[in-house]
Design a protein around this ligand. Structure first.
Ligand code: ACM
Ligand code: ZN
Length: 532
């Protein structure tokens, strides 16, 4: 059994079942979402085998069927039971989500060629088995920063495909930051006319980039139109993935201020950052009402595009020096009886939370939103270790764990001598695999607030899709198991056996995975790139 993430239970026997021209897919429910799942499975089988499966909207008694039942299973919405017998396959789940995951498992029971797009001469034969499965955590996420480097729609879809294969269900899309605004907002066209473009410094070390010079043209950038965003949201939904969009505030906002300088404390001029500079004092003015009008108008369009319940507002690393000097900000602090700039950020964030809650959305932010007092219903994304997450869970707020120690996939994963340049850190495959998202000091009641975890992919040093693939694979395989499989079932040596089969799938998918992350762990001969 080579499934990643490892299922809850797997029992096999010696029989087998072959999918043939006469195999019929039977659905118990007329349900558009379920039909789409079944149709994509049918299309996949057709693509690689030329077998044209019939879909029937009723259960037929005959043998040689793939029967899909939507019924109570006690395995939750994402759980499923997959039974392969000599006369057919039965999938039972409470919702289409579970059926989708059953099919993902089914793919991993088939020859790796199923992941390709080419005709495969092998017969589609499955070993008989019974799998009962459901995830440990509800937040199984991957983040991607498209501000530091921009990635085309085609790659975003591939990224979503990668999540789906591993039964991940959250795509945290980091759409805005100092280096570029990436989402079309109809009310504020300068965000993409100006904010999406920076002076190109490609090939220069990210920390050495000279800021944009007077008169210099801005040529590096790009953004997603609202039409493209909607298409991607639907693409993700079809794979049972919710997109959590992130709009950064109050810091990491140089690109907005470059477009609308009156929203900053100083009035500028500002430029879209070409690299990272510390300190970066650019920040939205917390004393200017126009800032809140702007942010609410932007969020209104964001809410319109993204139907998921979570909206991420950033909140990390806001340098508040300007707030200390700005008359408007000082006035605000006085009026609202705020003792320091941390309390001013907290006031800012709580105001945005109220707006999001009134629009039926849940606000999520990096753990800095705890400073100066946490907003009542906010979800905390704990990145500076787990302390923020622990504090929030103890206070009764929900938490997503993403500590730099285990979940930053921009860190090195192998020998620093041979790896491509990365931001720093050292987060090996084994380290990711060892991650336990529930801190031991939480009571069972507090632990329920840990929704799950995610890996963050900051792209300062990743200019191409191939480089992003290299940083996420194979580490995402380890993370998927941390988040889906039970803590008891985690076994590093067993994972290494299963990952060999997974590597073959990555090769067929044409993914540029980090080969050296596996060397010494698996015999070189077994990793041979030309596995044929
Ligand atoms: C972060 O890594 N600045 C959230
Ligand atoms: Zn100000």
């Amino acid at each position: 059994m080579n499934i990643i993430p490892k299922p809850l239970s797997y029992v096999d026997n010696n029989d087998s079942f072959q999918i043939t021209e006469n195999t019929v897919i039977c659905l118990t429910e007329i349900n558009f979402e379920l039909e789409k799942v079944a149709t994509r499975f049918k299309d996949k089988i057709k693509q690689i085998s030329n077998i044209n499966l019939e879909i029937k909207r009723q259960i037929v008694r005959s043998k040689n069927t793939i029967k899909i039942y939507i019924t109570k299973t006690n395995l939750g919405k994402e759980g499923y039971k997959l039974t392969i017998k000599s006369d057919g396959i039965v999938i039972t789940a409470e919702a289409s989500n579970g059926v989708f995951y059953a099919i993902q498992s089914l793919y991993q029971l088939l020859p790796a060629e199923i992941f390709g797009s080419e005709f495969c001469h092998k017969k589609i034969v499955l070993k008989c088995c019974e799998i009962t499965d459901s995830p440990r955590f509800s937040w199984r996420g991957m983040h991607l920063d498209v501000s530091r480097h921009f990635f085309e729609v085609e790659f975003i879809k591939k990224y979503i495909d990668y999540l789906a294969i591993l039964k991940m269900n959250i795509f945290h899309w980091h759409l805005t930051d100092d280096n570029g605004w990436r989402i079309e907002i109809k009310k504020y066209p300068r965000l993409t006319e100006i904010g999406a473009w920076r002076a190109s410094r490609e090939g220069i070390d990210w920390r050495d980039c000279k800021p944009q010079q007077p008169g210099e043209h801005t040529t590096y950038g790009g953004y997603y139109t609202q039409t493209e965003i909607k298409e991607i949201v639907q693409y993700a939904k079809d794979r049972f993935i919710t997109i959590v969009p992130e709009i950064e505030m109050p810091g990491h906002s140089s690109e907005v201020l470059a477009a609308y300088p009156n929203l900053g404390c100083t009035g500028g001029p500002y430029t879209v950052a070409t690299g990272t500079y510390w300190p970066n004092n650019d920040i939205f003015c917390a004393g200017n009402e126009k800032v809140f009008t702007f942010l609410e108008n932007v969020l209104n369009e964001v809410i319109e595009m993204f139907p998921g319940k979570y909206i991420h507002i950033g909140g990390d690393e806001a340098n508040k020096e300007e707030w200390k000097k700005c008359p408007k900000c000082r006035k605000r602090m006085q009026e609202e009886n705020l003792q320091n700039v941390e309390e001013l950020q907290s006031w800012f964030v709580k105001r945005i939370e109220k707006f999001l809650n009134s629009n039926d959305r849940i606000m999520i932010g990096w753990d800095e939103i705890l400073e100066g007092g946490l907003a009542p219903n906010a979800v905390v994304m704990s990145w500076r270790g787990e302390a923020g997450g622990i504090q929030a869970a103890k206070a009764g707020n929900d938490v997503v764990m993403s500590p730099g120690t285990h979940c930053y996939f921009d860190h090195y994963q192998g020998d620093l001598e041979t790896e491509p340049k990365a931001i720093g850190g050292y987060t090996t495959l084994k380290k990711v695999y060892s991650y336990e998202p529930i801190p031991s000091e939480l009571t069972p009641k507090q632990a329920k607030h840990i929704l799950g975890a995610q890996a963050n992919v900051w792209t300062e040093w990743m200019e191409t899709p191939e480089h992003v693939e290299y940083m996420i694979f194979p580490r995402m395989c380890a993370l998927s198991e941390v988040l889906w499989s039970t803590a008891d079932s985690r076994d590093w040596n067993d994972f290494l056996i299963r990952i060999k089969a997974f590597i073959k799938r990555l090769q067929i998918l044409g993914i540029n995975y980090c080969y050296l992350a596996l060397v010494k762990k698996i015999k070189n001969s077994e990793l041979n790139r030309s596995f044929e």
